[in-house]
Every structure is written in structure tokens, then in C-alpha cells.
Design a protein. Structure first.
Lengths: 394, 296
């Protein structure tokens, strides 16, 4: 008698629990990011966006999966800045953890490495922080790239921008790493066709600790424009040394760095007038979701989002969210929806043509009064481009 | 060509050289006295940088003040690591023979722990602040005030350290231990005290370098490794255990980087540095100022 009632009780309890679990089964979303290793200081701007999005979606009642609301749960790993690890992790996420959806890792080489895994398992994933002309060689199918900062387009638009500013001579310094090398490769013929003379052309290896000798050459050449195709460590060197030497070219471009929060904190008003790559600004009134995203990020993390990486990461999760609302979790349905819908993001409308973003043009940003403004092309601009002012006096 | 003689290149060389020398000196002190390969050295630089960053961001404390805090904390950490991890290995005769190899593993572990603790506590977001960034003119050269401070402080500390080792009793004891460990014991020098002091000094110098560096570059948990590499290149170039060698080696490397690039082109920067390094080792395997070493 006693034993029977215990068994009955447990059976009832089991049914109730099962019923509860059914009601709120989470959507498991997997990804890997470089939390340690040499890329670790670049990934927080992306991880933060993923966390912010999860918080926002769960606070609103959960992810809309074709009508049903379910909470989001992350399954994430550290790939230790190693692309081989990322491949293994995504294999594990798909076959072992059996996640429902995937988010992208950070960086171009990681996107390329993971693309093969996605293709093999027919699992769609929206990329974000990847930019290379080789993107076009990926067979369209299970990965998409929302960025418009692709090297050959950047070079082409830079040529137009420089010509519109009446630039006749330019000094180019570049770091010997993939993104900057690719841009340089396309930039040289563009400049030649535009009739712009390259008066200094200096390439340097990673790990450089001092740019004085290089920038003395630049200063002596008195160019109309200086293009520093640099990554954050040498972007910092460029800024410090250019200021010391008093390089007063009216157009100064720094490739990677100005969109990251520490840059504004480190250089303050000295960074005003610096031009950089990017296609998002919170000041674009045509994109009503842009400023709220910026404010939410600042409120949660007490630091500003990266105008390039963070914006792209948020665009990728917006696209995923909208696609899942339409197609649910079925992989083939999702793939068709992503490939054919125009999505509404913080960067305006995004539609994919093959793997690439066909709607967002390649743009340039300029730091003005500490804020990133879009200054090119003119029809997308949030502010007019300005001459680089003189470096702040003592 | 006249830019080659300019004060600007000289100033750049001095700043980078003084920083290199400061980092290398701390490493050499620990290696010289105890044959320990502290590959966590760069991570101590990172810790010093964070102390100054947080001091400035949270409490507007100048790095010139927080650097003393950084040095003290780092010295304490050094002594703690010595007492907990290293002392046992140095006492056991079996382990002491393999101390160099074992120290690689021990300090690799320390490095990983330091880096990942920093990443967990502070996130891997790169950090920076603006301090003393006005440009000062000295003759025909211009230098940011913060780089001038880095140069002056690093140089003063390096020179003070070398003078201390030349002139004070404890300093002489340290040099005796570096030169001839077993005989120093016979002469009545207590190795235990010297080891503790070397660790404290070496770690403190690394943290000081970090505080200075936080003024002129971004701070992040994994920033230390390049400094470790540079420090090792310099101490091997200058001679293991020879502290003056580290000072000269640091400036030599900086000069190669600055003038070498000015004479050739920026793409030769790494080739020049490592080329000279290899050439020196081929000509003098013990380093520029290293004495001939009997294998132990």
C-alpha cells in the first residue's frame, strides 16, 4: 500500500516535470570564440553582442520560432585562437551537442575554416566578422557574409574618395598581414588609374615597436593623404608618432583601430578627423534601430561597441532572429529564407546575393568630436567629411 | 640622409631601448642568480600595466604613483612564487641539476594562470587611457611627454640597478652568486636571501615596465608574450647573467630597429633584428658580454 502510493506519486511528479519541460524547451545556439590566445583581445566586441542579444530576446519572452516563443541557451567553447580547434568545435556542436542553431566565430580565417563543416553537415550559419575577396569563392549554400568592407571595394571607393578631395599625392604604409595586404594589392592599380602619385610605399612586419623611421620618410614627402593600413598595435604607433612628428596631411586614414573603444579613450581629440573603414554609425537616422542598439550596448558593458565588428555581429543575430521567426528551426527552410529575404537590421536593409551582402554599400567612417560618422559615399553620409585638424597643441 | 643624424631617430631609439633594457634586466637577474627561465616575465609586465590602467581609470591615480604599487604587488607575487614553487626545487640536489628545464614548465604554468586570470577578471577588451600625451620639443626632436617619462624612468632605474649591483654589499653578493654559485656559498653568502631578493627585484622591474607601457600602448591580458620574447633575445644577445650586457643589448636592438629601418626599409625590420642576433651568436655563442660557461 505504502509502496504503491510512492510509485504513483513519482509517476505523477514525472509527468508534471515533463509537462513543464515541454512548455519552455530552450533553443540551443552554439558557437566558438577565441577567448584566449592572440586574437582574444579582438573577440569581446563580438561576444558581448551575442550576450546582449540573448538577454534582450529572453527578456522579451524568448526567440520566436515560427510562432512559438522559446528561451535562448548558448553552448559555447574557446577555440584558443586556433582555426583547427574551431573546426573541431563546430563539428562537435553539430554532431555531439546537437545544437539547434549556430553563430559565427570571430575573424576571416575562422569563417573560412568553419564553412567546410557547415557545407558537410548542411547547417546554415550567418557569418559576420569576415572580409576578404576570397569570400566570393565560397560556394553559396550554408554561410553568408553581411560585411561590405571587402578589400577590392574598399580600394575602389578609396580611389573615388581621394579624387573627390583633390588628393594628388599619397603615402601608403602597410602591415604585412592578410587584410591590409589584400587592400594594398587592389589599391595600387586604383591609385594609378586615378592619377594619384604614391610618394611613400613602406611595408612592415608584425611586432614592430617603432615607426619613427618610416614616418620621417612620410613627413618629408609632404603627401596630401596618408593611408596607414595598420592593425591596432601599429595604428597606435602611427597615431603617437604622427603626432610627435606633426604630420599635417589633410587626409589621414587608419585601417583598423579607430572603431574600437580604447582608441577614442587613448587619443581623445587627437583622433578627430581620422578616416577608417566601417559601414555603421549610430547617428544614421535612416536606421531607427541603430541608436537603441548603441545605447543598450553602452548601458550593459560600460564601453562603446566596435563600429565594425559589433555592428556586424548584431546584424548577423538580427538576421538569424528574423529568419527563424519565418522558417522555424528546419535547416533547409532556414537556408531558403536567409538566401531570399530582405532583412531589417541596425544597418538598414540587408539582402544576400549568393554569399555576399548585395544592399549595403562600402563606406568610410570618420571620427568627429569623438563620434563615428559615415562620410562616404555622400548619399549615405551622416556628416560631411572634414580635413584632419592639426594635432592638439601642448 | 640628414634625417639619419636627426635627434628624432635618436630619441626613438632611446625610448624603445630603455624599455627593452628594463624588461630584460629583470629577466636576467632571475636567470643569472638561479638559472630559472621565467617565461612568465612578459605577463608580469601585463599585470603592472593593468594596475596602472585601473588606478588611472577608477581613481585618476597617475601611473607615476601607481607604478610603486605595481612594483610592490609584483615583488610580493615574486616572493610568493619563489617560496611556494621554486625553493623546493632548488634545495633538492636531484632537481637542481634539471632546474633550467623544470623552470620552463613551472613558469609556463604561471604564465597561463596569470593570462587567464586576467582575462577572466578584466575581460579581454583592449584598454587604454590618455596621460601626458602633449608633444614636447627638445632641440630638433619632438617627443610625447609620456614617452619622455618612459625613457627617463626606465633609464634611471636601469642605471640605479646596475650601480646597486656594483657598489652595495647585497649587490656584490648577487653578482657573486651569478658568477660562481657554489663558491659564493663557501664565502658565507646566504643564497636563500639573495634568491628571494632577486625574485622580488626582477618581478618588480617587470611590473614597472608594465606601468610605463600602459601610458603608450593598449593593455590586454595576452599582451605579455612579445615582451618575453624580446627580453630573451636581449639577454641571450648580451650574455646570460651579465646585467650590463642586457642594458647594452636593449639599446643595440632598438638601434638596429630604428636606424636599420631608416637605412634600408621597414620590411627588413625583423630580418635585421634576428639576423644580427644569429650573427652575434655564431661569432660569440655566449653573447656579447657573456663569460665562457662550464656546462653544469
Amino acid at each position: 500500500m505504502h509502496r504503491k502510493s510512492i510509485v504513483t506519486f513519482m509517476a505523477l511528479a514525472g509527468l508534471v516535470l515533463a509537462g513543464l519541460a515541454q512548455a519552455a524547451e530552450p533553443v540551443r545556439i552554439g558557437f566558438s570564440l577565441s577567448k584566449t590566445g592572440m586574437f582574444a583581445n579582438a573577440t569581446p566586441s563580438q561576444l558581448n553582442v551575442y550576450e546582449l542579444w540573448k538577454e534582450q530576446v529572453n527578456a522579451a519572452g524568448g526567440l520566436d520560432v515560427a510562432g512559438e516563443r522559446r528561451p535562448i541557451e548558448f553552448v559555447s567553447y574557446d577555440d584558443q585562437s586556433n582555426t583547427g580547434n574551431a573546426v573541431k568545435i563546430y563539428e562537435k556542436l553539430i554532431t555531439d551537442d546537437k545544437v539547434d542553431l549556430l553563430l559565427a566565430p570571430w575573424g576571416t580565417p575562422f569563417h573560412f575554416a568553419v564553412a567546410a563543416v557547415l557545407e558537410r553537415h548542411k547547417f546554415p550559419m550567418i557569418g559576420n566578422s569576415a572580409a576578404s575577396v576570397q569570400l566570393r569563392e565560397i560556394k553559396p549554400g550554408y554561410i553568408w557574409f553581411p560585411t561590405s568592407a571587402i578589400p577590392d571595394k574598399i580600394a575602389e571607393e578609396m580611389g573615388k574618395l581621394l579624387s573627390s578631395r583633390g588628393v594628388k599625392t599619397v603615402a601608403v604604409t602597410n602591415l604585412q598581414l592578410p587584410f591590409s595586404l589584400e587592400i594594398k594589392q587592389f589599391l595600387m592599380p586604383v591609385l594609378e588609374r586615378a592619377g594619384i602619385k604614391v610618394v611613400v610605399d613602406e611595408a612592415y612586419p608584425p611586432g614592430i615597436k617603432d615607426m619613427t623611421a618610416i614616418l620621417i620618410k612620410v613627413k618629408n614627402a609632404k603627401p596630401d593623404a596618408v593611408l596607414s593600413l595598420s592593425y591596432p598595435p601599429d595604428s597606435v604607433l602611427y597615431m603617437m608618432t604622427a603626432r610627435e612628428l606633426g604630420i599635417d596631411a589633410p587626409f589621414q586614414f587608419v585601417l583598423i583601430g579607430p572603431t574600437i573603444d580604447f582608441f577614442a579613450k587613448m587619443f581623445g581629440p587627437a583622433a578627430d578627423g581620422i578616416v577608417t573603414v566601417g559601414h555603421w554609425s549610430p547617428h544614421q537616422k535612416a536606421w531607427p534601430k541603430a541608436k537603441p542598439f548603441f545605447d543598450a550596448y553602452v548601458a550593459k558593458f560600460n564601453t562603446r561597441p566596435d563600429y565594425l565588428d559589433s555592428a556586424l555581429a548584431y546584424m548577423s543575430v538580427e538576421i538569424l532572429e528574423q529568419a527563424v521567426a519565418k522558417a522555424g528551426l528546419d535547416k533547409e527552410k532556414l537556408r531558403r529564407v536567409i538566401a531570399s529575404t530582405t532583412f531589417d537590421t541596425i544597418n538598414g536593409p540587408v539582402r544576400f546575393d549568393g554569399v555576399q551582402n548585395a544592399t549595403t554599400p562600402t563606406m568610410f567612417l570618420q571620427l568627429q568630436a569623438g563620434e563615428a560618422q559615415i562620410v562616404w559615399p555622400p548619399d549615405q553620409a551622416t556628416a560631411e567629411i572634414m580635413r584632419k585638424p592639426a594635432w592638439p597643441a601642448q | 640622409m640628414d634625417s639619419l643624424l636627426s635627434g628624432q631617430l635618436l630619441v626613438a631609439t632611446l625610448v624603445v631601448g630603455a624599455l627593452y633594457a628594463l624588461v630584460a634586466l629583470g629577466l636576467n637577474l632571475i636567470y643569472g642568480t638561479m638559472r630559472l627561465l621565467n617565461i612568465a616575465h612578459g605577463d608580469l609586465v601585463m599585470l603592472g600595466a593593468y594596475v596602472s590602467y585601473w588606478g588611472f581609470s577608477l581613481a585618476s591615480v597617475s601611473p607615476l604613483v601607481s607604478m610603486f604599487v605595481a612594483m610592490a604587488l609584483s615583488a610580493l607575487l615574486g616572493m610568493a612564487i619563489y617560496v611556494v614553487l621554486v625553493r623546493r626545487a632548488l634545495h633538492s640536489t636531484a632537481l637542481v641539476a634539471r632546474i633550467e628545464a623544470n623552470s620552463l614548465l613551472i613558469f609556463f604554468g604561471v604564465s597561463v594562470i596569470l593570462q587567464n586570470t586576467a582575462a577572466l577578471l578584466f575581460t579581454a577588451n583592449p584598454r587604454a587611457y590618455a596621460y601626458l600625451d602633449q608633444v614636447i620639443r627638445i632641440g630638433d626632436a619632438a617627443i610625447s611627454a609620456n614617452r619622455l617619462v618612459v625613457l627617463v624612468v626606465a633609464l634611471v632605474v636601469c642605471v640605479a640597478a646596475i650601480l646597486y649591483l656594483r657598489l652595495s654589499m647585497t649587490g656584490l653578493a648577487i653578482r657573486a652568486l651569478i658568477q660562481e654559485r657554489d663558491a659564493a656559498r663557501l664565502a658565507g653568502i646566504e643564497p636563500e636571501r639573495i634568491h628571494l631578493l632577486s625574485f622580488a627585484l626582477g618581478f618588480a622591474m617587470a611590473a614597472l615596465a608594465g606601468s610605463l607601457i600602459s601610458m603608450i600602448q593598449q593593455v590586454s591580458p595576452f599582451m605579455g608574450f612579445p615582451f618575453t620574447i624580446a627580453a630573451f633575445v636581449i639577454i641571450i644577445l648580451g650574455g646570460l647573467g651579465n646585467l650590463m650586457g642586457s642594458l647594452i643589448g636593449g639599446f643595440l636592438l632598438a638601434a638596429i630597429e630604428t636606424y636599420g629601418v631608416a637605412l634600408t626599409s621597414a620590411s627588413f625590420r625583423s630580418i635585421l633584428i634576428y639576423g644580427v642576433f644569429i650573427a652575434v651568436l655564431v661569432w660569440r655563442p655566449q653573447g656579447l658580454f657573456g663569460g665562457a660557461r662550464v656546462a653544469r
